[in-house]
Design a protein around this ligand. Structure first.
Ligand SMILES: [Fe+2]
Ligand SMILES: [Fe+2]
Length: 185
C-alpha cells in the first residue's frame, strides 16, 4: 500500500459518512415534526432516503472487504433546533460537494477504479442537489417559513431528489428510466 490512500478506503469512508448522514437526517426530520415544521420534516425525510441510497451504492462497491475498519469519517455530530439542523446539514453537504467527492473522484481516476469513480460521480451530482435544497431551506427558515408543501421523488439507483417528475423521461444523474423514482409522502 506504500501509505497511499486507495479508492476502496475512500469508498468505506464515503459509506460511513453517508450512513451517518441518513440517520442524522431521519432524526432531524423527527425534530422538525416535533417543532411543527411538516415541510422541513418531509425535506429531511427525502434527504435521508437519498443518503441511504448513496450508502447502499457505496457498500455494494466495497464488495468483499471484511474486518473492522478504523477510518475517519466526514460528519458533524450535531442536533439542534430545525434552523440549526438546516445549517449543519448545509455545511456538511457543501464540504462533500466542493471538497470530499472531487478529491475522492481524483483518487479513483488515478488508480483506474472505474466503479468507485462512478459511485463517487453520481453521489457528487446528487450532493449538489442537496446543497441547493438546503440553501433554499435556509432562506425559508430565515424568513420564519416552513418548507412549502411539495412532494419529493427519489431515484432508487442514484438517490437523486426531484420535486417533480412530470415530463421527465430519464434520471438526469444516472440515466435510468423515470419509473425508478419513488415518492416520499
Ligand atoms: Fe448529501
Ligand atoms: Fe438516478
Amino acid at each position: 500500500m506504500n501509505g497511499k490512500i486507495m479508492p476502496k478506503e475512500l469508498i468505506i469512508i464515503a459509506y460511513i459518512s453517508e450512513a451517518l448522514a441518513s440517520i442524522r437526517y431521519r432524526i432531524f426530520s423527527e425534530k422538525a415534526e416535533d417543532e411543527g415544521f411538516r415541510g422541513f420534516s418531509r425535506l429531511f425525510r427525502a434527504l435521508s432516503h437519498s443518503e441511504y441510497i448513496h450508502t447502499k451504492n457505496h457498500l455494494m462497491r466495497v464488495g468483499g472487504s471484511r474486518g473492522i475498519q478504523k477510518l475517519v469519517t466526514f460528519s458533524e455530530v450535531f442536533l439542534g433546533n430545525t434552523g440549526e439542523n438546516v445549517e449543519s446539514a448545509l455545511r456538511v453537504e457543501e464540504f462533500e460537494y466542493y471538497e470530499m467527492y472531487p478529491a475522492f473522484i481524483e483518487v479513483a481516476r488515478v488508480h483506474g477504479d472505474k466503479l468507485a469513480e462512478l459511485s463517487f460521480r453520481w453521489t457528487l451530482e446528487v450532493e449538489k442537489v442537496h446543497v441547493d435544497l438546503l440553501r433554499s431551506a435556509k432562506d425559508y427558515i430565515e424568513r420564519g417559513c416552513d418548507w412549502p408543501s411539495s412532494s419529493f421523488w427519489i431515484c432508487k439507483y442514484c438517490g437523486n431528489i426531484a420535486i417533480n417528475v412530470k415530463g421527465i423521461a430519464r434520471c438526469p444523474v444516472c440515466g435510468s428510466a423515470i419509473d425508478s423514482y419513488y415518492e416520499i409522502s
